[in-house]
Design a protein around this ligand. Sequence first.
Ligand code: ADP
Ligand code: ZN
Length: 752
Amino acid sequence: MTPNTMLVSVALPLPLAPLTYAVPDELVDRVAVGSRVVVPVGTRRTMGFVIGPAEAKAGMKLRSVLSAPDDAPAIDAALLKTCNWIADYYAAPLGVVLRSALPSALTGAAKPSPAAKTERHVEVKKQLESLVEREAAFKRAPKQRELYELVESLGGSASVDLLLERLNFTPAVLKALSDRGLLAIRRDVVQRDPFALRAGVADPRHSATPEQLAAITSLKAAAAGDVVLLHGVTGSGKTLVYLEWLKHVVRDQKRGAIVLVPEIALTPQTVDRFRAVFGDQVAVLHSTLSDGERFDAWTALRRGDKRIVVGARSAVFAPISDVGAIVVDEEHESSYKQNETPRYHAREVAIVRAREQGAVVVLGSATPSLESWVNAQSGKYRLVSLPDRVGGGRLPKVHVVDMRVKGKPPAKGSREALARIALSEQLEDALRARVQKKEQSILLLNRRGYASFVQCQQCGDVEACPNCSISLTLHRAPERLVCHYCRHTAELRDKCAQCGGELLRQRGLGTQQVEKILAEALPSARIARMDLDTTSGKWAHANILDKVASGETDILLGTQMIAKGLDFANVTLVGVVDADVGINLPDFRASERCFQLLSQVAGRAGRGPKGGEVIIQTRVPGHHAVKCAVTHDYHAFVKQELEGRKEPPYPPALRLLNVIFSGTREEDVVKFAMGAADKLDAHVAELEDVIVVGPAPCPVERIRNRWRWHLLVKSAKPASLTRIGRYFAERLKVPSRGGLRVVVDRDPSALL
Ligand code: ADP
Ligand code: ZN
């Protein structure tokens, strides 16, 4: 090593600070800020990322970079800055953030450069001009003539796979033609793009309504770094607004665009709309893509062959050099928050990235998150509204079925009891009427209950924690009610404290159970079920929806995944089986999520000329999440909900940091959490405006054999939370027993 040796700082995908490495002379030209490098760490080799130059310190023992796979940096400067922000804000190692910003095919040290996919093509090499020539060439080889002429008729070239596998020619015939110099075989690199095979449905081109036009104009007028909240009711035509704006950005300004949609809304229906306008310019990043398909999409974007990406959360990292527009559709969706380190929120990352690259961000929703709404009110974001459905369509009429029991409850476990929980007479009659009229229905079953609760059958009351205004969770052995924020416990009562009615232990129904009840009640209905179990295959989701589109399904029953983005004119009824399960989750966002879900799913009804109707079954018809969904009144909901987040305070009144301690032995976890809380108290004494709640067991106390406790830190000062987050992630000593672990979750989307 000479004094001139180049030294670089390398971020590693490990819980370590960046390390310094020497760059061998022969690699100097291939190493720059943002480059991937294979480096030794201990006895292993790892893929790291160059984040800047470094200086030698006295006595430092330097190791060298082993290889540099790329000609040009994999991460550009703006994206690197964005990743730096993520690492700091969410208290995650920079190398881990950078790794998650790249397709997984690029993050392994063993095979740094993924293989491209090739395909063999055959093309006519020698033209046989005259008939005489042709007769002579193929006199004794009719099979060869057939194949040769087929290739001619296919325009002079064809895929070898197609000829051999689908048209049943033998390799021998092909080889003979190639040996004779009549056909040539070549190998082409092909792009793995599964959507290319799907016949694009042409989107009916509408011209924008005056309201849409006004929205488009104000998006075009936005300045670099602006964030616009597009608040448009379901069916107000937000997609057309995005498309027209993107045409301006991509075609006129020649810049790139990122469109984020929630994973479950990434249906072929959504993708088709973008492909109908931008064709091959669109890369789709779907979670079911193979590593190779993902890598190909990434490469096409980086080379500039494609300029637009439509994808879920991680598409916010797409390697587009000059991003001019970022759309975050259904911005309130919790799937934008990643559930593992780095626990970033794609909406926040989009805003930071846009600032770095001089892009404009549009957050679209019918039911914006309270955080975004408050930012729009304060002027931090600009607000653009589409208050009506396009074409004078009206929002569907919403009916509430009160499921509270009057009189004597049916015998436990009886068919009547189950039906009374899952399927009211009103809903059953409405479904039957649709089946008879050959119209379709969508039935929503709320997320499978994470937590059990106790509800009064007569007044619908659910007991809440006096300190935290959160539903108490039912525990067995011994049976008791527990607050999972502060550990307050209460005895289970015999009768409801409000009205003296019978109590019902609510444990949540499964989709299969409801499917069975439906099949018994409506034997002639064709029912399709859509939940995690039925949608695991790559096209399973699309296949179920295609059947709804073609009218082969009468009733589509499903979890949240059916609430988003579906647009079927023949769906005239939407039913919600159990609104209360969502409302009573022990989470401060439970009401907000429930309101959003009810509004979204109601938005699926009545999209066609026949109109539509929504039926919500609930035992809390007076709850504001239900009442405001019935009147489609977002503003009234927000007003009441914001009031409820003031005391005790929850976001957006302030911000949260959830610190989760876990391990295989309960007593270790409790001790660890208690000790960490004590240390935090000493730390917090110097910080202003920080409230610490807990430690307490997490609502879901055990996941995959690990016990979980948590500590909730609240503050209105982001900098204080950053400091505390970094303290837990970097400095807290984690004892090496019982698999103990600590996880820091900034701005948690749920506290389960
Ligand atoms: P949103 O996303 O706001 O719920 P969509 O973008 O799905 O609404 O639009 C709802 C429906 O209205 C779609 O079927 C769409 O084709 C149709 N639509 C949108 N804009 C217009 C327009 N200007 N004229 C006629 N129909 C439109
Ligand atoms: Zn409490």
